[in-house]
Design a protein around this ligand. Structure first.
Ligand code: NAG
Ligand code: NAG
Ligand code: NAG
Length: 557
């Protein structure tokens, strides 16, 4: 017998379900909207690095450290020969390119690498360039305050720290004032970036008119920026204030991210901010939540600010924000692949939908998690970090070249629900090549190029220095040999168009070159590789914090 439900009952059922759903949604929203940040308990003098020396393990691997240094020497020699004074060499054709206002980005950005490697002749050339040849009062193009701070300004303040710490012998006794004069000149010229009611930075500065502008050179009140641009001045400016005794830099950088770090606005996910923001009011005008670009280094700097100045009360609040954001990310964005064995990746979230794509840039987060977890003694975040480093390693391991792509996708094992409560439909492979990669490895590239980026080897560096596990050195060596194999060009090391290429001849290998080599190749990728094989006391994580361009800054403990 078939009993037909009476319409009134059916309506009541739907109505009650809807009410329960709404109560649930409102409840989740209210309970997760945070007013209280988690407490921190950090004993003074907490060690971050694995105790290599006490255990009598993990000394310098001379052969591998030397191989990395030789690649740096070759990079420098060819740049000096063909492109000296320009921002970058074009490594396949031997030409040059100005992409960072023509102040010689490769020279300045790689000073801290030659210092750490002890390449004193190269360092002397770089020092001379900085002190005698750069004029930071003039810039041909609009200046990007974010890129300029993390590359140029960070390199300068880090060089002062490295020289004072005796990592390299200063070419002149006047080094401190020589370099700080240039650092201040640059920072003072960047000053108009902060001329907004919120203190959040303009995307560009016009050095000619001394004003903050949009990237098209104009001004309006609807300018928006992503989180990394609001938050990636703090380490550099705090250090510059420390070195010069002038607090204006620290004050401006603190104001630039205070709309975020001091925010009391209710967030669906605890202190995991929506992006982008209007610089005029600080309001969010988007709904993206990601630990990857373009928000990445905001989160990276929350914990690093605390590590740099652990005794300042304000930085404790930053560390608590970091902790809450990371716990939130673990809860909402961690995803595992439906492969055997499983691999861990990070989703992003936008407009109420999850996106099953992860970028090479996001791979910094594994190392950042290990760093914060070691300091805050959080076993849960340590495992989260290790899992993400492994996931990024799999992105390298799974390609024919042994290098990971710029962006990839996977089939998530867990089911996620979007804001409407519907099961999320993830994207799948589209092209025949993606389909083939998916069948063979369970993941597929959505952007197959490799831009000489550091984030994966950066996370291996943290993995090695924090856990002391040899596998991180082995993975770093695999990455190094694969990268050198695919990118070695006549005049340096080149970005490649596809990590999926299987060149049958030298000519085919060269056809993969994009003839570009950004300054982070020598500033970051080679530095992190070198420090993975060097003696672990060199730039120990107990005494140094790396900015997002790998320039080491001395912790003021
Ligand atoms: C943080 O510490 C304070 C004082 O010790 C305590 O009252 C509070 O409950 C703690 N909060 C959390 C979330 O543990
Ligand atoms: C600091 O910020 C103010 C705007 O509040 C700006 O006018 C000034 O140029 C900035 N100075 C530096 C050194 O950043
Ligand atoms: C270098 O690349 C070629 C082809 O891309 C490959 O056959 C070879 O095994 C690689 N060598 C190393 C050391 O990775």
């Amino acid at each position: 017998m078939i009993v037909r439900a009476r319409p009134s009952r059916a309506i009541a059922f739907v109505f009650i379900s809807l009410c329960l759903y709404l109560v649930y949604e409102i409840g989740t929203f209210c309970f997760s909207a945070s007013s209280s940040l988690p407490n921190l308990t950090i004993p003074p003098g907490r060690r971050i690095q694995y105790p290599f020396r006490e255990k009598g393990v993990g000394g310098r691997d001379e052969e591998k450290a030397d191989a990395v240094r030789k690649v740096m020497e070759r990079t420098w020699k060819l740049y000096k020969q063909k492109a000296f004074g320009f921002d970058e060499i074009k490594p396949a054709s031997g030409g040059y390119r100005n992409s960072r206002n023509g102040w010689g980005a490769t020279i300045v950005d790689s000073m801290t690498t030659t210092a750490v490697m002890g390449l004193s002749d190269a360092f002397a050339d770089q020092y001379d360039w900085v002190v005698n040849h750069i004029n930071f009062d003039e810039a041909k193009d609009l200046v990007d305050p974010f890129e300029t701070t993390i590359r140029y300004l960070a390199a300068l303040v880090s060089t002062v720290d490295l020289l004072e710490a005796g990592v390299i012998t200063p070419p002149r006794p006047s080094f401190r004032q020589d370099i700080l004069r240039q650092a201040r000149s640059l920072a003072d010229n960047l000053g108009p970036a902060f001329d907004t009611p919120t203190g959040m930075v303009w995307p560009r500065v016009n050095f000619g008119t001394k004003s903050g502008v949009n990237d098209d050179g104009r001004k309006n009140k609807y300018t928006r920026i992503h989180l990394a641009r609001a938050g990636s001045h703090w380490l550099e400016y705090a250090t510059l204030s420390q070195l010069t005794g002038d607090n204006i830099y620290l004050r401006n950088a603190t104001k630039a991210w205070s709309r975020l770090v001091d925010s009391t606005e209710r967030e669906e996910w605890p202190v995991y901010h929506r992006s982008p923001r209007l610089i005029w009011t600080g309001e969010s005008v988007g709904s993206t939540r990601t630990l990857g670009a373009p928000d990445d280094s905001y989160y990276e700097y929350l914990i690093k600010a605390h590590l740099l100045f652990p005794s300042r009360a304000s930085t404790k609040r930053y560390a608590r924000r970091w902790l809450q954001a990371m716990t939130s990310a673990q809860k909402h964005l961690l995803s595992v692949s439906d492969t055997h064995p499983i691999h861990s990746f990070l989703l992003s979230y936008s407009k109420g939908m999850y996106n099953n794509k992860m970028g090479h840039l996001t791979c910094f987060i594994g190392g950042n998690l290990l760093l914060g977890a070691a300091y805050l003694n959080r076993a849960d975040l340590l495992s989260f970090g290790k899992a993400l480093v492994e996931g990024c390693r799999y992105s390298y391991f799974s390609t024919p070249s042994g290098i990971g792509p710029e962006e990839w996708s996977w089939t998530p094992r867990e089911s996620k629900r979007n804001r409407a409560g519907q099961p999320e439909f993830f994207t799948g492979p589209v092209t025949a090549a993606q389909e083939k990669a998916w069948q063979q490895t369970g993941i597929w590239p959505t952007q197959a190029n490799y831009n000489l980026r550091p984030e994966v080897v950066e996370s291996y560096f943290y993995g090695w220095r924090i856990t002391g596990q040899e596998k991180y050195r082995a993975w770093a060596w695999d990455a190094f040999t694969a990268i050198v194999n695919a990118t070695t060009a006549e005049w340096g090391y080149s970005e490649v168009a596809s990590v999926m290429a299987t060149p049958a001849s030298e000519e085919e290998r060269r056809r993969n070159f994009r003839d570009t080599s950004e300054s982070f190749w020598s500033a970051e990728t080679l530095k992190y590789l070198y420090l993975t094989f060097s003696e672990p006391e060199l730039c120990s994580l107990d005494n140094w914090v790396f900015n997002t361009e790998a320039h080491p800054l001395r912790r003021r403990i």
